[in-house]
Write a protein that binds this ligand. Structure first.
Ligand code: ZN
Length: 279
């Protein structure tokens, strides 16, 4: 009985809050940092799933129906599933969280007639560069104020703390990279293009056109990686490991996992930076 009552209280409590939808886990970090529990945040692409290929489960439509705003970030999942989201909740306002960011074409991504659908043209991985994360915090703040206007002051205060935190992380990473002799890194999927640009690094990617590379491309990559003295190969949990393993043997390099989609954005971006800097 007591358990039931507790459940009821929790349920009523949950119902009282507005729901905000985001596509990927790192976005939920920015929402939580600013909202501090004032809203419910629902991440559409679950842990371990690829934001390029994930398809919504019918059970997720309940949260989509309940949602009051959807903060997009430009991952391919959104375009593919947008019709389903809109038909579940036709009145749902859809806000582009990257509206203050100028995206650039995917680095290390070749353009051929037969273009893959994985990334369209522009690099969506903006959340992996702290300077751009500040812009995401801004659009997140705006969405939250739209949702809960009476809490605007509180959100603004939390936003300022978040920006200070991100700026401190940025300075820390910059110092780390500055001291490091590693100025280039090799990664399976080119998730870290904006990160590389922010800190003057060179990103080499194994993946080619969204697929595992051919032998000829691997041979070229080995040459480049040797020239840049690359001794670590980074892989992301969402992608295949076969060619990374092959390259590791050829280069005498070790393999390390870095996650572009971890929900604890602050800890994770420092972990990524430490791995890349060899710190
Ligand atoms: Zn990606």
């Amino acid at each position: 009985m007591r358990k039931l009552l507790l459940l009821f209280v929790l349920f009523a409590f949950a119902l009282a809050k507005e729901t905000i939808l985001v596509s990927i886990a790192p976005q939920s970090f920015f929402v939580q940092q600013i909202a501090r529990g004032a809203v419910d945040v629902v991440t559409l692409v679950p842990p371990g799933a690829s934001p390029a290929t994930y398809s919504l489960r019918p059970s997720q439509l309940v949260a989509i129906k309940r949602a009051k705003i959807y903060l997009t970030i430009g991952v391919p999942f959104e375009k593919a599933q947008m019709e389903r989201i809109k038909s579940a909740n036709p009145a749902l306002p859809i806000v582009d969280s990257t509206k203050y960011i100028r995206k650039v074409p995917m680095q290390a991504h070749h353009h051929h007639a037969e273009h893959n659908q994985e990334h369209e043209d522009l690099d969506p991985h903006v959340w992996l560069a702290p300077n751009l994360a500040i812009e995401l915090a801004r659009t997140t703040l705006e969405a939250l104020i739209t949702l809960e206007p009476t809490k605007a002051e509180e959100f603004l205060h939390n936003y300022q703390n978040l920006v200070a935190k991100i700026a401190a992380i940025d300075a820390k990473i910059y110092a780390m990279i500055l001291r490091s002799k590693h100025k280039a890194f090799l990664v399976y999927h080119p998730s870290f293009g904006y990160f590389a640009r922010s800190y003057g690094l060179v990103q080499l990617a194994i993946e080619s056109e969204g697929k595992e590379p051919k032998m000829q491309e691997l041979a070229r990559l080995i040459q480049k990686a040797k020239k840049l003295d690359i001794k670590t190969i980074f892989i992301e949990p969402q992608f295949p490991k076969r060619s990374a393993k092959f390259l590791a043997v050829k280069l005498g390099a070790k393999i390390e996992v870095i996650d572009p989609l971890a929900p604890d954005w602050d800890e994770n971006i420092l972990k990524v930076a430490r791995a890349i800097a060899g710190d």
